[in-house]
Design a protein around this ligand. Structure first.
Ligand code: NAP
Length: 200
């Protein structure tokens, strides 16, 4: 199940559905509770092996440009939505075979690896994402649900820009490998796209 904000204009997802007819596309703005409820209605009691929170808000922003409206949106999209998705779908995940919730984090959310300034909203929202992942791992461990944050690397997307070394396809393949190998023992960790831990 793939989700996006505007299925009507999501031509890349349409191509994916053509190549893989089992893929279904659903509308979801991760900050919209009503849309989350609607998706919950569509999914019903179906088990979900992996919930992947990939939606990301990112804008450049130096110390003097930061303003609270976009900062709040960064926190909602990148961090709070991880918890909202977990709230909405934890029962489906707990009912599945693989039982995992994965948030696409960023090395820019690593406090110990921060060695330059700027990007306050993005960095702080990704650091908050990591804290939510770590805390959820404790709350959901009893139900056998693994929760992890994965940094995808520098990828040639709208966010990563044209100079990034990795294509989205390469990144997707590596991410699928990390998901395949993920175990409950790794719950509450922050991993790179090769499955290696990143310092908080
Ligand atoms: N690319 C990199 O080098 C890199 C590095 C580290 C981490 N990441 C992380 O990887 C993830 C994917 O990023 P990307 O590189 O693909 O960035 P991107 O090209 O900017 O894409 C971001 C995606 O998030 C979606 N989105 C934003 N707000 C949303 C919301 N409220 N509800 C649902 N979807 C929403 C956007 O949807 P619309 O198309 O509707 O705008 C877009 O599809 C992000 O979490 C990002 O922080 C990327």
């Amino acid at each position: 199940m793939a989700t996006c904000r505007e299925p009507a204009t999501a031509s890349e997802l349409e191509d994916l559905v053509e190549r893989h007819p089992s893929v279904t596309v659903h509308r979801l703005d991760v900050n919209d509770d009503e849309q989350l409820d609607d998706l919950g209605g569509v999914i019903g009691d179906e088990p979900i092996d992996f919930v992947v929170h990939n939606a990301g808000w990112a804008r450049p922003g130096g110390m003097l440009e930061v303003e609270y409206t976009s900062w709040a949106l960064a926190l909602r999209t990148n961090a709070f939505a991880v918890l909202r998705l977990a709230q909405a779908f934890v029962d489906n995940v707990a009912r599945s075979r693989r039982r995992a919730i994965v948030a696409i984090g960023s090395e820019m959310g690593s406090i110990s690896r921060t060695e330059s300034g700027s990007r306050y909203a993005y960095r702080s929202s990704k650091a908050a994402l990591n804290m939510i992942v770590r805390t959820l791992a404790f709350d959901l461990g009893e139900r056998g649900v693994t929760v992890a944050s994965v940094h995808p690397g520098w990828v040639r997307t709208r966010l990563g820009g044209p100079n990034a070394p990795m294509s989205p396809a390469e990144c997707g393949e590596l991410l699928a490998g990390v998901l395949d190998e993920l175990t409950l023992e790794e719950s509450g960790t922050f991993l790179d796209v090769h499955g290696r831990p990143i310092p908080w």
